[in-house]
Design a protein around this ligand. Structure first.
Ligand SMILES: C[S@@+](CC[C@H](N)C(=O)[O-])C[C@H]1O[C@@H](n2cnc3c(N)ncnc32)[C@H](O)[C@@H]1O
Length: 528
């Protein structure tokens, strides 16, 4: 079944052997006959034709754009359409064709193919008006909010095996997923699972290992071809996995899921805006009270002090202080260049001893958050400084929880924990603030989603009045910055265990080529 789906792009058709009988106002209860159901692309759009074995000339043509398919039972469906028999006079009444499949899986595949080819028609008719007056649009929720060029680069990136390998080789990540699934077999055994953004298909295979009845692996990039191969190479698991190419915002599935599994986390949890797709998949495919793996996530934040990092960033703009660059004074651009460097969040693994106050957290419950709530995230900040120091900005990281029925497992990207390919993220203030031990630091982190699958970050941090006059309120110093989460500064060459940071300062790892930075992380090239 998978092979013929895979070849569809080349063959431009897909076939199923079924039994059919026709129901209509004028002919009821016609006998069942064996037929070849063929989906194909014709000049007028995608078509479904039934070629009957006994009367090969009697072809029943179904216009998928207007037809509807309903399940009658495990192996029986009905297709309601306004088609015509090609060898007969035009008939203008609606009719039903009962379709019987040999096994349930075949019916499931047929339903999937029907919806898939219908979508294909929608693409062909993008924005066009159909004869029945319905306006079809190819724009999905994803297309509405994401710039086409961003999506193209994004799915191109994930279509390459090397980037999937990079994620698979993050053993903290993949090992935690494996443990969370296998330790919670009870949540998978006999269940229908949807893998949201399946990539290589690894999580679908884990779900099948844990005893899932059926897994729908939905993936929008060209990685589906490799996922199919990987799944076919593990046949005992693969027979319970259907790979579906498309965006979770657009594909149709033949049944609802008991559990969703996904790895939608980008840098700082929210980069790439895939959490929104996870939430849309929940609303489209998950049964009420179904489970989500992961179930919820938290963004953690704390002020940090890192003189080396600050000087390193400030020094990057020194180039623009040259007054005689081939006879040209560059200093007019020093200001914007300086601000530009400080608008890049820094991604690296830092020593948690750089944190200067206890952590504050922002929780997101994937099972209940509304998609729109992820468009703009506002986090009030309030910390008590543990030491007197210069605060250079806000350090951030995240974790997610797999809230299984048997075991609760956290995947953390915290500083000091084993390093993941997400590392941690730091927003560096161009104007550091001075604090005394015990002084309150307030502020806010405001993140606004943009159509290039990331966020603009607005950070404000203030040191509250201290000592005499403090009772009047008021702030002593305030520093703000605007950053683009899509343009981080990747500061590390290789994923390192945390032990690295204890005897060697992270600053030693600076000066990477762009190529090195690109190979770092699943988010890296997306951000260039
Ligand atoms: C971070 S990767 C995870 C891949 C795989 N699940 C794993 O854990 O190794 C996210 C995958 O989701 C896919 N993806 C992102 N948004 C999607 C969407 N809206 N619909 C379908 N696939 C999507 C990407 O192409 C990518 O392969």
């Amino acid at each position: 079944m998978e092979a013929s789906l895979g070849q569809k792009q080349k063959l431009k058709q897909q076939e199923f052997t079924v039994s059919i009988s026709q129901l209509s106002a004028s002919s009821s209860g016609a006998p069942c006959s064996s037929a070849l159901a063929r989906f194909s692309i014709e000049p007028e759009g995608a078509q479904l034709r039934f070629h009957q074995e006994l009367e090969p000339s009697d072809i029943i043509q179904v216009d998928i754009r207007t037809a509807q398919l309903f399940k009658l039972g495990h192996i029986e469906s009905v297709c309601i359409n306004e088609g015509s028999a090609t060898n007969k006079e035009e008939e203008s009444y609606s009719r039903g064709i009962t379709i019987r499949f040999k096994v349930e899986d075949e019916g499931r595949a047929f339903h999937w193919a029907f919806e898939h080819w219908k979508n294909e028609t929608v693409q062909v008719c993008a924005g066009g008006r159909l004869e029945n007056g319905k306006v079809l649009t190819s724009k999905s929720k994803f297309d509405d909010k994401i710039e086409a060029s961003s999506a193209k680069m994004y799915f191109h990136y994930y279509g390459q095996l090397l980037h999937q390998q990079n994620m698979l080789q993050d053993y903290v990540r993949t090992g935690t997923y494996y443990a969370a699934v296998i330790e919670n077999r009870a949540d998978f055994i006999g269940r229908v699972v949807v893998d949201v953004g399946a990539g290589s298909g690894i999580l679908s295979l884990f779900a099948a290992q844990a005893g899932a009845k059926h897994v729908y692996a939905v993936e929008a990039s060209e990685m589906v071809e490799y996922a199919r191969r990987l799944i076919a190479g593990n046949p005992s698991l693969g027979q319970r996995i259907t790979v579906i190419k498309g965006k979770v915002e657009e594909v149709e599935l033949p049944e609802k899921a008991d559990i969703l599994i996904s790895e939608p986390m980008g840098t700082l949890l929210i980069n790439e805006r895939m959490l929104e797709s996870y939430v849309i998949a929940r609303d489209r495919f998950l049964l009420p009270n179904g489970k989500m793996f992961p179930t919820n996530g938290r963004i953690h934040m704390a002020p940090f002090s890192d003189e080396y990092l600050y000087v390193e960033i400030a020094n990057k703009a020194l180039f623009w202080q040259q007054q005689n660059y081939y006879g040209i004074d560059l200093t007019a651009l020093h200001g914007p260049a300086f601000q530009g460097y400080f608008s890049q969040p820094v991604v690296d693994a830092f020593d948690p001893r750089l944190l200067v106050a206890p952590v504050t957290s922002h929780a997101i419950d994937f099972t209940s958050v509304k998609e729109e709530e992820l468009y703009e995230i506002e986090i009030p900040l309030s910390f008590i400084a543990s030491v007197g120091t210069r605060v250079h900005g806000l350090a951030c990281w995240f974790d997610v929880l797999f809230n299984g029925s048997s075991v609760q497992r956290w995947l953390t990207t915290a500083p000091g924990a084993p390093t993941t390919h997400w590392y941690q993220l730091r927003c560096v203030l161009s104007q550091p603030i001075y604090v005394m031990a015990g002084q309150e630091i307030t502020g806010r982190l405001h993140m606004v989603a943009h159509n290039a699958q990331s966020y603009t970050m607005y950070l404000t941090m203030s040191a509250k009045m201290w000592g005499v006059g403090a009772e009047q309120g008021g702030t002593l110093q305030t520093s703000s910055c605007k950053l683009d989460l899509k343009e981080p500064y990747y500061r590390m060459a290789q994923p390192q265990p945390y032990a690295w940071a204890q005897d060697q300062h992270p600053q030693d790892a600076v000066g990477l080529s762009l190529a090195q930075q690109l190979s770092l992380n699943s988010g890296a090239s997306l951000t260039q």
